[in-house]
Each structure stands twice: as C-alpha cells, then as structure tokens.
Design a protein around this ligand. Structure first.
Ligand code: GLN
Length: 270
C-alpha cells in the first residue's frame, strides 16, 4: 500500500513539475526566446489539462497499425501509453499522415511517435527524445526479382512512403523514378502489380509485408545496399520541459522490464 501511495505521489509530482515548467515560462517570458515560444504552444495547455496528445501514422506495423477495435495499436502506442502513465498524463492518439507529423508538433499535437528516425533536417524543427530503437531501411522486391546490390537500384521505379527516410534515400538514387504513397501498403500493392520495381521501407514493416504478401515479395537487408542504421525516437517541441520528463520515463520503462516485454509482445512474436 505504502508503495502504491509513493508511486502515485511521484507521478503526481512529475505531472506538477511539467505543468509547473510551462507556467514558470509563462510568468518569465523574457528569459530566452525558445522558452517563450514553448510557453505559447498549445502543448503546454493540453499538459495542464493532464493530457498528452500524441500524433502517429497508424500504417506502419508492428510499430503502429489500426487494431481490431479500430483504434491505433502497436509497439509505439504501447510505449507512449507507458510513458504517459509514468508522467501521470492521459494519452490521446491522433492518427494523421506521416508527412504532417513534424509540422504539427507544438500546435495540433504535443509530440509524435511513429517509428520516426532522428535526422538532422527534422532536428531543425523538433527535438528528439533519447532513441528507443535501432532500424535500417530494407528493400522489398518481387519474389522473382534479381535486384541484390546498390548498382541494381539505378533507373528503377521505386515505391516509398511520402516524407520518410526511405523516400530521401530513393531521391538520391541515380535515374530512379520515385513513386510516393501516404500508406506504405499501397507502395507494396504497386510492387506486386508491377508499377514499382522495388520499395524502400524500414526493416520491421518490410518483414511484416514480406509475411503478409507471402510468396509474392521478399525483403532484402539494407546493409546489402550500404544503407546506414537509423534510430527511432519520440519527436517533441523544441526546448520543451517535456523532453527531459519523457527521457526519464523511458529510462524507467527500460529499467523495470516494461520495454523488453513490449519488444517481445509486439516485435519479436510477430
Ligand atoms: N523511419 C522512417 C522515417 O522516420 C519511416 C517512418 C514511418 O513511415 N512511420 O522516415
């Protein structure tokens, strides 16, 4: 019982600290321009209401997908709910296009979790939490394709999800025609029907699509094409008090075994 009260108190204090940070910044707007900007974002207002509004794109299994009950489910959804619990904040998920996530942070949403890779370009607009997962881009081809190395990619029709790191890699491939889609599965459908020669997409979704389109497509490790490893993190408003709090929550979730249990449940067993 004592333990439960201690935990509840601790969570309440974290929530108060977050709200407190926002309020403190509002009271002293002269401090730094960055702090001022943060205080004015709706993000802080929603936090005061005890809610964390989280953007995602629920079309990226196993990290996010629409569950049988019609609601976003997946590893990232479970992870951000665990973070919310640690912070004493109720998590509300907003499903939107991946390419709109970064620009919506601090206005429509408080943060985004979407298998999002940390990139220098995105860092100009948002801050990232500590990384929680390492990934790499994979190449999906039809079962009978002989695409196997970097040199085979030039001049091809490449399907990607709009605004993703797969999209950025494809744009740099010589002579390639890049076909971009809002939903990755549509790029895979166009691979199967011959409109795309290949699809560039993150490892875990690639493996899910390989099994969902069994016998029709195969997934090739991006290392074979010299693609660099990428790190997923939660995207947050710039200079927000939320970032430290989220990082602390992530640390706790890793230390208490929750993180490994979620990896097992959502990634390894699928
Ligand atoms: N990791 C990729 C990126 O950040 C793809 C993410 C996604 O499609 N949800 O661009």
């Amino acid at each position: 019982m004592k333990k439960i009260i201690a935990i509840t108190l601790c969570m309440a204090m974290t929530a108060m600290m977050l709200v407190g940070c926002g309020a403190a910044k509002e009271a002293a707007p002269a401090e730094t321009p960055a702090a001022e900007a943060t205080a004015e974002t709706p993000a802080v207002e929603t936090l005061t209401a005890g809610k964390l509004i989280v953007g995602t794109n629920a079309a990226f299994p196993p990290f996010e997908y629409v569950g049988d009950d019609g609601k976003p489910d997946g590893f990232d959804m479970a992870l951000i709910k665990a973070v919310g619990e640690k912070l004493g904040l109720e998590v509300e998920i907003q499903d939107m296009e991946f390419s709109s996530l970064v620009t919506s942070i601090g206005s429509k949403i408080d943060c985004a979790i979407a298998g999002m890779t940390v990139t220098e370009e995105r860092k100009q607009m948002v801050d990232f939490s500590d990384s929680y997962y390492e990934a790499v881009q994979f190449v999906l081809v039809t079962a009978d394709s002989d695409i196997a190395a970097s040199a085979d990619l030039s001049g091809k029709n490449i399907g990607v999800q709009l605004g993703t790191t797969g999209d950025f890699i494809a744009q740099d491939i010589e002579g390639a025609t890049v076909n971009s889609y809002d939903k990755a599965v549509d790029a895979v459908n166009d691979l199967v029907n011959g409109r795309n020669d290949l699809v560039i997409i993150d490892k875990n979704p690639a493996l899910v699509f390989e099994s969902n389109f069994e016998g029709k497509v195969k997934a090739i490790d991006g290392a074979q094409f010299e693609f660099e490893p990428e790190n997923y993190a939660i995207a947050l408003p710039k200079d927000s008090a939320l970032t430290d709090a989220v990082n602390k929550a992530l640390e706790e979730i890793k230390a208490d075994g929750t993180f490994d249990a979620l990896v097992k449940q959502y990634i390894e067993e699928n």
